[in-house]
Design a protein around this ligand. Structure first.
Ligand SMILES: [Zn+2]
Ligand SMILES: [Zn+2]
Ligand SMILES: [Zn+2]
Length: 302
């Protein structure tokens, strides 16, 4: 394992361990209080541990080198991981909505407020720190899996905070409906976060072209090809998780030798690679001006 892989694996192990501890604390807080908001929080924790287990598996699989059956490597698992994490968060939100409405209608009350609030507050502090750490490590290592996991952890922190605010308002005003109302607000926040993860997952699986990368590639290719008397067209790129695969056509003068064209192409590829923020891998199709339209009639030169 290389150094970045170790940093990612360490972050994920920590996330998993903390996830289990959070689950135990939240279950304890629910058993003490019987609060709808805290139950929602605990339910989210069950989902959370399941999601982190899958994220840890994804992180391991993504690091496996290309093999006979997966010749582009395994990094696309990151998009499944984000999708499953998003789907599970949404499931938790639906459960919280159900429980909040149920407890609202039943008019169930809450016990042991102080202890419940204190326990939940401790999970907020721990999750805020863990979420920040995961997102920072994920951004440094360009790991969508870690960033998604970190955002999930932060969402949990907000959920817990919502539960505390609900219990506090209930205590101050004496109105029992504050608890389920805060449960519903938290659920809304969780839904937004889950939708965002799903969107990222679908974008990755559908090879959504990052407009910023398109702009950087267009700009660098236009500059570097023009400087060498070449033009380019049919630019495509897609995100494999850890690297963006780029393919493009270069159009050369008719009298160029293959040796020369390959030399120029490699030079352009290497220069452009240094101009993009994200890691890119090139596959370039070499063509000549004279018979391009005859060989590729449908191939637009723009
Ligand atoms: Zn072409
Ligand atoms: Zn080559
Ligand atoms: Zn061709």
């Amino acid at each position: 394992m290389s150094v970045p892989d170790q940093a990612q694996a360490r972050a994920m192990r920590l996330s998993l361990a903390v996830g289990f501890v959070m689950l135990v604390i939240k279950m304890g807080a629910y058993l003490l209080t019987g609060s709808a908001a805290i139950l929602g929080d605990a339910a989210e924790s069950v989902v959370h541990v399941a999601a982190v287990v899958f994220a840890a598996y994804s992180l391991w699989l993504a690091a496996q080198p290309a093999d006979e059956n997966h010749r582009y490597g395994h990094s696309k698992i990151a998009f499944f991981s984000a999708g499953i994490e998003g789907g599970l968060i949404i499931l938790a939100a639906v459960f919280i909505i159900y429980e909040s409405i149920h407890r609202w209608i039943e008019g169930l009350t809450v016990a042991n407020l102080g202890a419940g609030v204190l326990l939940t507050l401790s999970t907020v502090v721990i999750n805020a720190w863990l979420g920040w750490y995961l997102i920072r490590t994920g951004r440094q290592q360009q790991s969508l899996i870690l960033v998604a996991n970190g955002r999930h952890v932060l969402t949990d922190g907000w959920t817990s905070l919502g539960a505390i605010v609900g219990l506090g308002l209930m205590h101050l005003t004496g109105a029992a409906w504050w608890d389920p109302v805060c449960g519903l607000i938290m659920a809304g926040n969780i839904l937004v976060s889950g939708y965002d993860l799903l969107r990222q997952s679908v974008a990755g699986l559908m090879d959504h072209a990052d407009p910023e990368l398109t702009r950087q590639l267009d700009e660098a290719l236009a500059r570097e090809t023009a400087a060498r008397g070449v033009t380019f067209h049919a630019l495509r790129h897609r995100n494999a998780g850890h690297v963006h695969y780029v393919d493009v056509h270069f159009l050369f003068p008719d009298d160029i030798t293959l040796r020369e064209a390959h030399r120029i192409t490699t030079d352009i590829e290497r220069t452009v690679m240094k101009c993009t923020e994200q890691a890119v891998h090139f596959t370039t199709h070499l063509e000549c001006v004279g018979d391009h339209d005859e060989l590729h009639p449908g191939d637009s030169l723009t």
